[in-house]
Design a protein around this ligand. Structure first.
Ligand code: NOJ
Ligand code: CA
Length: 574
């Protein structure tokens, strides 16, 4: 394999700016806070940061509703603060990629304000406007994925505009070349400042079917969501998943995407320094014909389970790596188990099981699978979801919409609607980072009301300071493992061969490159095992270089490797 690029070697860490570090003590994270924590990230062993949106926004979708693409949200700081953050990260050897939201803007973006001002405004066609249906209603039966109908009536001009997400997020009309030009200019603005690339938001939603036909299913979003809540079995869930697909068929993954991604890629390639793109999409078709579209797309299918069993992981790797390999031998995988849109890693995948040990195994999985790992801020201290109990605390419009829709449209009792909303809202996994066992978890000073409540479990050692001083903590495990990975060429560049494929207890595999062969065993069960491996060649011994249990590190014989319950075991094969 040719020389790897930086984005193939590093571990990414997602910062959710509002919740990471509050430098000026107003209850909201900001660049000053992020700058103060750069040493923390470097010491943790992070090689690149994905920054969730830092742009001015009315916060109807927590920053994914942007009202200015070339500025910094005032509550986060100034452009100078941003530059200092970027320079500070680069100085410490860390790259920074930004979130680029192409599908929609905020309804407060000047482009939209102009577009909605009159039917003959030059920017009218920058968004998607249609006349009402003959009965005066919405032009078709399309839903938004967040808040009911995809169409919002505008009194001033008597037409409807289209929005795939909240009604405060009108979709741009990407078939208008001026839109593309304006957005590419915004990307260039940040590339000129030296950012290392972009995470592309929701790319599958950029184009709509040009004829805008009705979907074959007539179900409201509130009803679909209610059915998801009351699902009893995996089969029911899968069936509803199919219904979702029918309800959004003409709104996602439409023609034109690949050409657009190729054009955006060409913009990045104008710059030096291997700037990169990762897509919020799991469709490997976005790798293009090998190296002409996105550099990576997330392996989201790995996350779509309640339990990361060895069988599940093996099947995922088999399918994913084969599909990637069919595009090009150089197509690069990208793995993650959590972000700002889904339950926290420490809460999911662990039902009824020892969370602490499993979380360590899950990190080990991320750091030993082929591909680039993405971690989410707070997972390194085992932060958990916080279930809100008061609708007044909700900040994610998704949660408040579900709460009101269930009560008003479906007649669900208030208490039950609150329970559903609290489980669904993404607020639960976006609470402020817990830095110390101090009021507000050390995120903001005592007495300050933070933008979302701090999870009170900061007082039970779920905070950075307490874990720093405890060698056995989750944080120190993350540090140890992240630094360990940096020294292991096989874990970064090696190929992948599954071993003992019939085991439902543990996941064992080889990673092999020219310099090194590693045997990785992740025991996802409560049983101890004595394992024998019969590897081709003269290999006899396994020099254990990492294990999560307290058993000493040393030389093992390949024909009898003792593995503790829930253990991470990594050895160099000799
Ligand atoms: C995906 C983002 O991750 C999510 O937070 C957001 O609500 C939607 N895209 C819309 O931008
Ligand atoms: Ca602040």
């Amino acid at each position: 394999m040719s020389q790897l690029k930086w984005w193939q070697e590093v571990v990414f860490y997602q910062i959710y700016p509002r919740s990471f570090a509050d430098g000026n003590g107003d209850g909201i994270g900001d660049f000053r806070g992020m700058i103060e924590k750069l040493d923390y990230l470097r010491d943790l062993g992070i090689g690149a940061i994905w920054l969730s949106p830092h742009y001015p926004s009315p916060m109807d979708d927590c920053g994914y509703d942007i009202s200015d693409y070339t500025a910094v949200a005032p509550e986060y700081g100034t452009l100078e603060d941003f530059k200092a953050f970027l320079a500070g990260a680069h100085l410490r050897g860390m790259r920074v990629i930004l979130d680029l939201v192409l599908n929609h803007t905020s309804d407060e973006h000047p482009w939209f304000l102009e577009s909605r001002s009159s039917r003959d405004n030059p920017k009218r066609d920058w968004y998607i406007w249609l006349d009402p249906a003959p009965d005066g209603g919405a032009p078709n039966n399309w839903n938004s994925t967040f808040d009911g109908s995809a169409w919002e009536f505008d009194e001033t001009t008597g037409q409807y505009y289209y929005h795939f997400f909240f009604k405060q997020q009108p979709d741009l009309n990407w078939r208008n070349p001026q839109v593309k030009q304006a957005m590419f200019d915004a990307a260039r603005f940040w590339l000129d400042l030296g950012v290392d690339g972009f995470r592309l938001d929701a790319i599958g939603t950029i184009f709509e079917h040009p004829d805008m036909p009705n979907h074959p299913v007539n179900m409201t979003l509130a009803e679909l969501r209610r059915r998801f809540h009351t699902c009893q079995t995996a089969e029911e869930r899968a069936e509803l998943g199919k219904t979702w697909e029918k309800m959004f068929k003409f709104q996602v993954e439409q023609l034109g995407m690949h050409e657009l991604m190729q054009e955006l890629r060409a913009v990045l390639d104008e710059y030096d320094g291997d700037r990169m793109l990762v897509g919020e999409n799991d469709d490997i078709a976005y790798h293009g014909s090998g190296d002409n579209e996105l550099h990576m797309v997330f392996n989201f299918p790995l996350m779509r389970t309640d339990r990361l069993s060895p069988d599940w992981i093996r099947a995922n790797q088999r399918d994913r790596l084969a599909a990637l390999g069919a595009i090009s031998p150089e197509s690069w995988p990208c793995n993650t188990l959590g972000n700002h849109d889904c339950p926290r890693l420490f809460t999911s995948f662990c039902d009824g099981l020892p969370k602490d040990a499993l979380a360590r195994l899950h990190l080990a999985l991320m750091l030993t699978l082929r591909g680039t790992p993405f971690l989410y801020n707070g997972e390194e201290i085992g932060m958990t979801d916080l279930i809100l109990e008061d609708i007044g605390q909700f900040r994610d419009t998704l949660g408040t919409w579900v709460y009101h829709a269930e009560i008003e449209e479906l007649g669900v009792p208030q208490k039950e609607a609150l329970e559903h909303a609290a489980r669904l809202t993404r607020d639960k996994n976006r609470t402020p980072m817990q830095w110390q066992n101090a009021p507000n978890g050390g995120f903001s000073p005592e007495g300050v009301e933070t933008w979302l409540p701090v999870n009170p479990d900061y007082a039970s050692c779920v905070n950075v300071a307490d874990q720093e001083s405890n060698p056995a903590s989750m944080l120190n495990f993350y540090r140890r493992m992240l630094h360990f990975r940096q020294q292991m060429p096989a874990l970064i560049r090696g190929d992948y061969t599954p071993l003992h494929e019939d085991s439902s207890d543990y996941f064992a595999f080889l990673r092999r490159c020219n310099e090194q062969t590693c045997l990785v065993i992740l025991n996802l069960s409560e049983k101890a095992h004595l394992l024998a491996f019969d590897l081709p060649g003269q290999h006899k011994t396994a020099k254990c270089v990492f294990r999560s249990s307290t058993v000493g590190i040393g030389e093992d014989i390949l024909s009898s490797i003792p593995i503790q319950p829930y253990e991470v075991y990594i050895a160099e094969i000799q």
